[in-house]
Design a protein around this ligand. Structure first.
Ligand code: ATP
Ligand code: MG
Ligand code: MG
Ligand code: MG
Length: 439
C-alpha cells in the first residue's frame, strides 16, 4: 500500500476522551472512530489488525478440530424464554421489536441459539463430540462503555460451544479450548494467564478466565509469580490426546492465579511470600463447562449406544476478539506509539523515502516496494511529500515492526537502513539484504 493513496487519518493531538494508552493510540493512529458510546467504525488500519487477529483465532480453532459456522446477530426472544434467560439477563440485553411486534434481541452470546441448532439436527451419540464456533458481533448494553474497544457495547467475540456425551468428554473439550487459547494468545505476542474464575449462578470448578497483565486492566488479580515463567512455545499438540490435554491444564492452572471474584486469602497465603503478586489484568477470554444446563432446559438430547436418551454435556468458550487489539497495545507500546507483535501487525514493514521526488531515491523505493510484495510481504510505502521527521513519527505511531529508510546518502553506497521498532536498533545494509532479512 502507498500511504499517499491509503486512508490513514492520524491525529496530531491526544484525544481528550481517551483515558488509557491503547484507546488514545488507536484513535491517534486512525484505527477506529467512535459512532456512539461503545460503538465504533473500524477504519482501514484497525480493520486490518482485527482481521489478522480473527485469522489467528480461526486457524487455532480449526487446528483443534472445532467447526466454524455463522449465527445471526439478531435473535428471537422465544429461544431465551426457553432457557429462562430472557428475563434474567437484565439491562445489558438490547431488546427490540420487529414490525409484527415480535420480541427480538441483539445477541450478547449464543448458548440458546447454538443449542437450538444442535437439537434440530443431532439425535445420536454417534455425532459426538462436536464443537461449533463463530466469530460474530455481540451487543451488551454495558453500564459504562469505556476504554475504546476494551469495553465496547458492540464488540466482536469468538464464541464456541462443545457438545459431548459425558462429563469426561466435555472436560476434554474444555482442555482442548484451554490449549488452543494458550497457542492463540502466544501467536499474538501476548501472555494470557488462565485464572480460576467464578462459575456464577451455575457454579462449578470448571471455568477459567485468561488475563493479560496490565496496569489499566479492570480486574484485580492475585498470582504466584512462577506462573509468568510458563511458556506454551512450539509444542507438538495432538488435540485428541486426552492425557496431554489434562497435563497441560495442570501445568498451567496448578499454581495460584485468581481474580478478585474468586480470590482466597488463606490459599494465597500458602504461596511463598516472595512469589506472591497482586496486579491488574485484562480479561481476553473465558472457558466454561456448564454440564446440562441448556441441554436440559431446551431438550438437546442424544440417544446412547444402549438406547437411552440423555441431555448432552456442554461448555462455552469465548475470546474477546476486538478487545484483544486494546490488550495487545496495552502490553506493547512506548511513548512514541504502538509496537505491533509480528503476528498481528497491519503491515509487515514500512518504507520511508527521505527525499520524495528525487529520481534515484524514488526508484530505489519503488523497487523495494515491488520486491517486498513479490516476496509475499505486505509493505506500507510512505511516498508522501513530507519531512523525514513527520514520516518517522507516523511510522512510530502506527507501530510496524520494521522500517526501511531510503535516502540519497545511503544509496550512494547501496545502503538502506533497516530499523526494528521494538529495539530501535538500525543497520545499514543493501536493499537486497533488507528484503532477505524480512522474508
Ligand atoms: P467482562 O468481565 O469484561 O465484562 P465478561 O466476563 O462479561 O467480560 P464473557 O461473557 O466471558 O465476558 O465474554 C467472553 C469475552 O468477550 C471476554 O473474556 C472479553 O474478552 C470479551 N468481552 C466481554 N465483554 C466485552 C465488552 N463489553 N467489550 C469488548 N469485549 C468484551
Ligand atoms: Mg461483562
Ligand atoms: Mg468477566
Ligand atoms: Mg468472562
Amino acid at each position: 500500500m502507498r500511504l499517499s493513496r491509503y486512508f490513514l487519518p492520524v491525529l496530531k493531538e491526544d484525544p481528550k476522551e481517551a483515558q488509557i494508552v491503547s484507546h488514545r493510540l488507536m484513535l491517534r493512529a486512525g484505527m477506529i472512530k467512535q459512532q456512539s458510546a461503545g460503538i465504533y467504525s473500524w477504519l482501514p488500519l484497525g480493520y486490518k489488525v482485527l482481521n489478522r487477529i480473527q485469522q489467528i483465532v480461526h486457524e487455532e480453532q480449526q487446528r483443534a478440530g472445532h467447526i466454524p459456522l455463522l449465527m445471526p446477530t439478531l435473535q428471537s426472544a422465544d429461544l431465551w424464554r426457553e432457557s429462562g434467560r430472557y428475563d434474567a439477563y437484565g439491562d445489558e440485553m438490547l431488546r427490540l421489536q420487529d414490525r409484527h411486534k415480535r420480541d427480538m434481541l441483539y445477541g450478547p452470546t449464543n448458548e440458546e441459539m447454538v443449542t437450538d441448532i444442535f437439537r434440530s439436527y443431532v439425535s445420536s451419540y454417534k455425532s459426538l463430540p462436536l464443537t461449533l464456533y463463530h466469530i460474530q458481533w455481540k451487543f451488551r448494553d454495558e453500564m459504562r462503555p469505556r476504554f475504546g474497544v476494551m469495553r465496547g457495547r458492540e464488540f466482536l467475540m469468538k464464541d464456541g460451544y462443545n457438545f459431548d456425551l459425558t462429563k469426561e468428554d466435555a472436560l476434554h473439550a474444555y482442555n482442548r479450548h484451554l490449549v488452543s487459547y494458550l497457542r492463540t494468545y502466544e501467536r499474538m505476542g501476548l501472555q494470557a494467564i488462565p485464572m480460576r474464575a467464578d462459575g456464577g449462578p451455575i457454579g462449578g470448578d470448571y471455568t477459567h478466565e485468561f488475563l493479560v497483565l496490565a496496569d489499566t486492566g479492570e480486574s484485580e488479580v492475585f498470582y504466584d509469580s512462577q506462573i509468568t515463567d510458563l511458556k506454551f512455545g512450539d509444542r507438538q499438540i495432538d488435540y485428541d490426546d486426552v492425557a496431554q490435554g489434562q497435563a497441560i491444564l495442570e501445568e498451567f492452572t496448578s499454581r495460584y492465579a485468581r481474580t478478585d471474584e474468586t480470590h482466597d486469602e488463606a490459599l494465597f497465603a500458602q504461596v511463598p511470600e516472595e512469589r506472591r503478586r497482586t496486579a491488574r489484568g485484562i480479561e481476553v477470554g473465558q472457558i466454561f463447562y456448564f454440564g446440562t444446563k441448556y441441554s436440559e432446559a431446551m431438550g438437546a438430547t442424544v440417544v446412547t449406544e444402549t438406547g437411552e436418551r440423555v441431555p448432552v454435556h456442554m461448555g462455552s468458550h469465548g475470546i474477546g476478539v476486538s478487545r484483544l487489539l486494546g490488550a495487545i497495545i496495552e502490553a506493547s507500546h512506548d511513548d512514541k506509539g504502538i509496537i505491533w507483535p509480528e503476528g498481528v501487525t497491519p503491515f509487515h514493514v514500512g518504507i520511508v523515502n527521505l527525499k520524495q521526488g528525487d529520481g534515484s531515491t524514488d526508484s530505489a523505493c519503488e523497487a523495494l516496494y515491488r520486491e517486498l510484495k513479490a516476496a509475499g510481504l505486505d509493505p506500507l510505502y510512505d511516498d508522501r511529500d513530507e519531512r523525514a521527521g513527520a514520516k518517522f513519527a507516523t511510522m512510530d505511531l502506527i507501530g510496524l515492526p520494521w522500517r526501511i529508510t531510503v535516502g540519497p546518502r545511503g544509496l550512494a553506497e547501496n545502503k538502506v537502513e533497516l530499523t526494528s521498532r521494538r529495539t530501535g536498533e538500525s543497520e545499514a545494509i543493501s536493499p537486497q539484504e533488507a528484503i532477505e532479512r524480512l522474508k
